[in-house]
Write a protein that binds this ligand. Structure first.
Ligand SMILES: Cc1cc2nc3c(=O)[nH]c(=O)nc-3n(C[C@H](O)[C@H](O)[C@H](O)COP(=O)(O)OP(=O)(O)OC[C@H]3O[C@@H](n4cnc5c(N)ncnc54)[C@H](O)[C@@H]3O)c2cc1C
Length: 385
């Protein structure tokens, strides 16, 4: 009964977001990519539909549907526009969900509803010019003064930064790290350039500078020194939720491949009847299905609140690599037309490449999985369940 209710709810969410994407996102997906266009109006509509605050209870402006709903939304937007899905993930998961989970009652009441409604856009600011993979080595510093903190430093490659109204900023507080809620209107905060990118175009990525930016005490997220824990718990969650973007992108690649292989004829027959093309489809499908299983198994752990780094890192490690493989093979199946921008299949590959960079690179994921496997095996003498 409980299982059936869960499936019904999942189907309802999927249908609702799919309809929304078909109506609001698919018609402008090409424009988003070609013109590097951030569709702010779609974001506001997603807020009105309740898609932004899915992991937040109703009392703070959310819909309280949970992480499964968030993952499905990621997947369905990712199917049509991976870049919009990336901006959605940065706003709804990396920023909003973390601000809600770690925020004081005052922060929840004051700021969370604005992020849920889409009135405000959110960003998470961790990466700095000199610290990417080694994020904990950040240099941005917060110094305690009367009634608050003075933050000096900079962040780079931040999704949504060119538009963000609220920014979750990490800074060094003495020997520890702490998290702060900064607002675009805060004195001392300025935006740098918006980057031109090869893929994920339309998802704005930018720089931020903090010059003695004053943040009052009541805008510290969590307690002083809790920044590292907030980063780590958020990163595991982010790895699982963002994997769903690449699951959606993979599904689109396979569907476009089957469609093309069915109608494109060479040597008097559809190329889909040729064994080498069928072999490609078989490997694409097997990798897609494997990604799907990994994503859903990691999501179940997220829902039971016992997700670990092994699950989260292996989920995104595999799903991102599979998406890149599928996108590459889609172009190959489309032949010369796949290389032409108008076909729109080349966008899949440009977008898929980000999957191996954001939320910790492929190399860092491998390092985490390898390290964790050895640690857990040493402890129990067998593979983790
Ligand atoms: C489109 C986009 C959106 C992004 N959005 C955000 C955001 O919203 N918020 C945010 O905070 N950041 C964001 N980032 C930044 C992203 O998280 C970093 O780019 C990523 O963590 C890698 O850091 P880096 O670019 O400094 O690369 P580096 O850390 O300098 O790595 C360079 C290379 O060295 C490898 N490497 C580094 N350390 C090791 C190691 N110990 N072992 C083996 N190999 C290693 C890496 O895997 C990589 O191949 C975004 C980036 C992009 C491109």
């Amino acid at each position: 009964m409980v299982e059936q209710a869960k499936i019904d709810e999942e189907n309802l969410i999927r249908e609702s977001i799919r309809n929304f994407v078909q109506k609001e996102v698919t018609p402008i997906a090409k424009k988003i990519d070609r013109e590097d266009y951030f569709p702010l109006e779609v974001f506001r509509k997603m807020g009105k539909m309740g898609f932004l605050g899915v992991t937040v209870p109703e009392q703070y402006g959310g819909t309280g549907l949970g992480y499964r709903a968030q993952a499905i939304i990621q997947e369905e937007i990712g199917y049509s526009s991976a870049s919009l899905a990336l901006s959605y993930g940065a706003h709804s998961n990396l920023c909003l969900d973390s601000v809600y989970r770690n925020g004081s009652e005052e922060i929840r009441e004051k700021y969370v509803p604005k992020l849920c409604s889409g009135e405000w856009i959110g960003s998470l600011c961790l990466t700095e010019p000199e610290s990417g993979s080694d994020a904990l080595a950040m240099k941005t510093r917060a110094v305690k003064g009367e009634g608050g903190w003075s933050i000096t430093g900079s962040k780079t490659l931040i999704t949504n930064a060119p538009y963000a109204d609220l920014l979750l900023v990490y800074a060094r507080t003495g020997e520890t790290l702490s998290a702060f809620v900064a607002l675009a209107s805060d004195k001392g905060l300025s935006r740098g350039k918006k980057f031109e990118k090869m893929g994920m175009r339309g998802s704005p990525t930018g720089e931020l500078f903090f010059d003695s930016m004053f943040i009052p005490d009541n805008r510290m997220l969590g307690s002083e020194g809790s920044g590292k824990d907030i980063i780590m718990s958020g990163l595991n969650l982010e790895r699982v939720i963002l994997s769903f973007i690449f699951l959606g992108l993979s599904r689109r690649g396979i569907e476009q491949s089957i469609q093309y292989a069915s109608q494109r004829k060479q040597g008097g027959k559809p190329i889909g009847e040729m064994e080498l093309i069928q072999e490609k489809l078989a490997y694409m499908y097997a990798r897609y299905e494997s990604s799907k299983m990994l994503c859903h198994s990691a999501l179940e752990k997220v829902e039971k609140d016992h997700m670990d780094v092994l699950n989260a890192a292996s989920c995104i490690l595999y799903t991102a690599e599979a998406a890149e493989f599928i996108a590459r093979e889609t172009i190959q199946i489309w032949g010369g037309m796949g290389y032409v921008s108008d076909s729109e299949v080349e966008r899949l590959l440009r977008d898929a490449i980000l999957g191996q960079i954001g939320a910790g690179t492929t190399e860092i994921r491998k390092k985490l999985v390898g390290h964790e496997l050895i640690k857990q095996y040493r402890k129990s003498g067998r593979l983790p369940e």
